[in-house]
Design a protein around this ligand. Structure first.
Ligand SMILES: C[C@H](O)[C@H](O)[C@H]1CNC2=NC(N)=NC(=O)C2=N1
Length: 113
């Protein structure tokens, strides 16, 4: 089985289906540190990472920006002193696509966890 973190994002156009509840639960088992949240009726994946200071959190955010650009899929990132909160969802379909799970796994891989 290809691990999520090694997969690439596939084209996700307006009208593509969001992942089913069953599929979301199955994919979540591969990224157990992420939470499924709902914001304004939109399902999202969220995880908070801890760092030693603001600069380290910013460096992580910049590395994440690079992989987001490479994949053409972009997260919400909130950088604060000693932490970064990352949120993934697919704007084009107002919900979760498999791409979001792939990107969450890649985000974990940045830190080797
Ligand atoms: C034109 C461009 O590829 C799209 O707007 C991309 C950019 N990055 C994106 N990122 C996310 N998270 N969702 C999207 O729907 C999305 N769309």
């Amino acid at each position: 089985m290809t691990t999520l973190s090694q997969a690439s994002c596939e084209a996700c156009r307006i009208g593509a289906p969001t992942v089913s509840e069953t599929e979301a639960r199955e994919l979540l088992t591969q990224i157990p540190d992420w939470s499924l949240i709902e914001v304004d009726g939109i399902q999202q994946l969220q995880r908070q990472y801890k760092f030693k200071n603001f600069v380290a959190a910013m460096a992580f955010a910049n590395e994440l920006a690079d992989i987001a650009e490479a994949e053409g899929h972009h997260p919400g990132i909130l950088v604060e002193w000693g932490k970064a909160t990352v949120t993934w969802w697919s704007h084009s379909i107002k919900g979760l696509h498999r791409n979001d799970f792939v990107m969450a796994a890649k985000t974990d891989s940045l830190l080797g966890k």
